[in-house]
Each structure stands twice: as structure tokens, then as C-alpha cells.
Design a protein around this ligand. Structure first.
Ligand SMILES: NC(=O)c1ccc[n+]([C@@H]2O[C@H](COP(=O)([O-])OP(=O)(O)OC[C@H]3O[C@@H](n4cnc5c(N)ncnc54)[C@H](O)[C@@H]3O)[C@@H](O)[C@H]2O)c1
Length: 299
């Protein structure tokens, strides 16, 4: 599920059976211009997918953004698209000095920090019986320790800036729902939300709110390889009631809501943005129930 191949068009085009497609929903979203006017944000994983959508919308709504990502080439492309309100800093979120440097860049270039978005993620899979410890730890270091380091350095910079702020961590449906072959990813995402909860407790006295957004299937380079496999999307759609993947802009909209003053009394939550996927842990038993009811009425 987490290799990078360019087949996003599969996700974007094949599942438009519902009344309103993802891109139509995105067009309907009004960007509340100026909502983040004067705010300074750091965004990890900002070079692609959900992180890039968060960067674009923050800047559209008035913020200055420093994005940290291991993909320096994509950061450079974002830089030329977004102009002087955007600074890309090559960053490995599993390396503390890199995360500190990303946060310090925001403070030095723009004068402080108000918002942190910890979005960078990737995974190495493998069943529990076969996975190598190195592969498990690779995922834990990026998706779990990377979130810890982000919260640590972002919160200290927000406190030094002095006006409070908000941090949003991107976890996953897999923070609550297990997936075959993804022990590292699922446990790291569950831990990311627990880090949110601990941080919400510890940082409330500094007027810093901390929340998790847990996306379901989202059309990004992360999911395009698996989306290209025959039959996979049908299997996903059997479980996703809204019958389509999310667009990254829809995850960005929910993330910016939690970072905004509209969410001023929300801290410590895990917001599932999943097309109701979390509700379908059970198979759909309706055909069986209808048959049982028909059998009863004829006996
Ligand atoms: N796409 C989905 O269906 C989906 C679902 C649930 C959760 N998520 C989560 O959303 C987040 C964003 O994923 P996406 O779908 O936009 O994928 P993506 O691959 O488009 O973007 C992930 C970004 O993280 C960066 N990155 C990877 N390792 C890094 C590291 N060590 N340091 C810094 N940057 C690093 C990558 O270079 C990339 O730019 C991830 O945490 C992912 O687990 C995605």
C-alpha cells in the first residue's frame, strides 16, 4: 500500500459512482481567505499528497509555511509554485537535528511559530511472523518518533513565540482499525494518536491544542501503486460507504479546521475523515437478513 508509483489517475477517475465525486466536493469548498493571515506554520511531508494540499491551502488563507520533507526536488517545485510565503527545508523527520532545523527556519525566516502539521509518513510492510525488526523500526521511527519530534520542537517554538497555537498530527484509519501485513504502520499510527492525547494534556497550559486527523483511503502517490492492482479498488469500495477515495484537499480541509479558531475548544481528538469506512468493520449482512426475513414470512 505504501510504495510510490504514478497511477493516481486510477484513484481519481474510477470511483465516481456516488452523486458527488471528490473533485466536485473540492471545488465546492470555499477557501476562507485570511483565516490564517499572519500565522506561521511548519508542515512535515509537505512535498506531496496531503502535506502539499495543506501547504497550498494554508498559503491561500494567508499563512507563511515552512515545509520539511526528504524529497528536496519536490520541495523545490513547490517553492516555485508557492513563492515567498513558502520555504522548503530538506528534512528527515526521524532525525531530531533535522526537525529542529526545520522549526528554527520558520522562526528565523518568518519570526515565530503558531501551527505545526506532522504529516510525513511511509511504511515497510510484512506480516508479524516474518517482518524484520529493521523494517518494523523504519516505520516506527518515521510515523511515530517523527510525530514526537515534530510536537516537541513545534511546541517549544510556539511557546517561545508566545501566543499559543495548534498542532495537527496525521495518523490513519489504521490508528484504530488493523490491517493485514502492516504491524509497523498500524502500531505507529495508534501511537501517533496517543502522542496527540498526551500532548493535548501537557500543552493545554500553554494554550496549544493538539489533534489527530485519521484519513481513510486518499488519492496520493502513497496509495497509487495498490490502486493500480486489478480488483483492489472494488475490494476497498465494498468497505467505504461513500464509495470513493478522498482527495488530499478534503483531508487538508479537515486539518485546517482543527488548526483554526473555529476549533478553539477542541483538543485531543482523533477525527476520522474516511467516508464512513470506520463503520464497516463488519461485513454487510443485509442480504442475509433480508433472506432470513423472507424465509420467516413464508413459513
Ligand atoms: N494516502 C492515504 O490513503 C493515507 C491514508 C491514511 C493516512 N495517510 C497518512 O497521510 C500522510 C501523508 O501521506 P500521503 O498519502 O500524502 O503520501 P505521500 O507519499 O504523497 O506523501 C508523504 C510525504 O512524506 C515524505 N516523507 C516520507 N518519509 C519521510 C521522512 N523520513 N522525513 C520527511 N518526509 C518524509 C515523502 O517524501 C512524501 O513527500 C502519511 O503520514 C500517511 O501515513 C495516508
Amino acid at each position: 500500500m505504501h510504495r510510490h508509483v504514478g497511477a493516481i489517475s486510477v484513484l481519481r477517475s474510477r470511483y465516481r459512482k456516488t452523486a458527488r465525486s471528490g473533485s466536485e466536493v473540492v471545488k465546492l469548498m470555499t477557501s476562507s481567505e485570511g483565516r490564517f493571515s499572519g500565522k506561521i506554520a511548519v508542515v512535515t511531508g509537505g512535498a506531496s499528497g496531503i502535506g502539499a494540499a495543506v501547504c497550498r491551502r494554508l498559503i491561500a488563507e494567508g499563512a507563511s509555511v515552512v515545509a520539511g520533507d526528504i524529497n528536496g526536488d519536490s520541495l523545490a517545485v513547490m517553492q516555485s509554485e508557492l513563492g515567498t510565503s513558502f520555504v522548503g527545508v530538506p528534512t528527515d523527520v526521524a532525525i531530531e537535528a533535522d526537525v529542529e532545523n526545520m522549526v528554527n527556519t520558520a522562526v528565523h525566516r518568518f519570526g515565530g511559530l503558531h501551527l505545526g502539521f506532522n504529516i510525513a509518513g511511509t511504511a515497510r510492510g510484512g506480516s508479524i511472523r516474518e517482518i524484520e525488526l529493521d523494517d518494523y523500526m523504519f516505520t516506527i521511527r518515521i510515523c511515530q518518533a517523527g510525530v514526537l519530534l515534530g510536537i516537541k520542537h513545534e511546541s517549544n517554538a510556539i511557546i517561545r513565540t508566545g501566543n499559543g497555537g495548534a498542532i495537527v498530527n496525521i495518523a490513519s484509519l489504521n490508528s484504530r482499525v488493523p490491517m493485514f501485513g502492516a504491524a509497523g504502520y498500524c502500531s505507529a499510527k495508534a501511537a501517533a494518536h496517543m502522542l496527540t492525547q498526551v500532548a493535548a494534556l501537557e500543552l493545554a497550559e500553554y494554550n496549544i491544542r493538539v489533534n489527530t486527523v485519521s484519513p481513510g483511503l486518499t488519492a496520493t502517490p502513497m496509495t497509487s501503486p495498490i490502486a493500480a492492482l486489478p480488483g483492489v479498488m472494488d475490494a476497498y469500495m465494498d468497505r467505504i460507504p461513500l464509495n470513493r477515495p478522498a482527495q488530499p484537499e478534503e483531508i487538508a480541509a479537515s486539518s485546517l479546521y482543527l488548526a483554526s479558531d473555529d476549533a478553539s475548544y477542541i483538543s485531543g481528538i482523533n477525527l476520522f475523515v474516511d467516508g464512513a469506512w470506520e463503520q464497516t468493520g463488519y461485513p454487510d449482512l443485509r442480504p442475509f437478513q433480508e433472506k432470513a426475513s423472507a424465509d420467516r414470512s413464508t413459513s
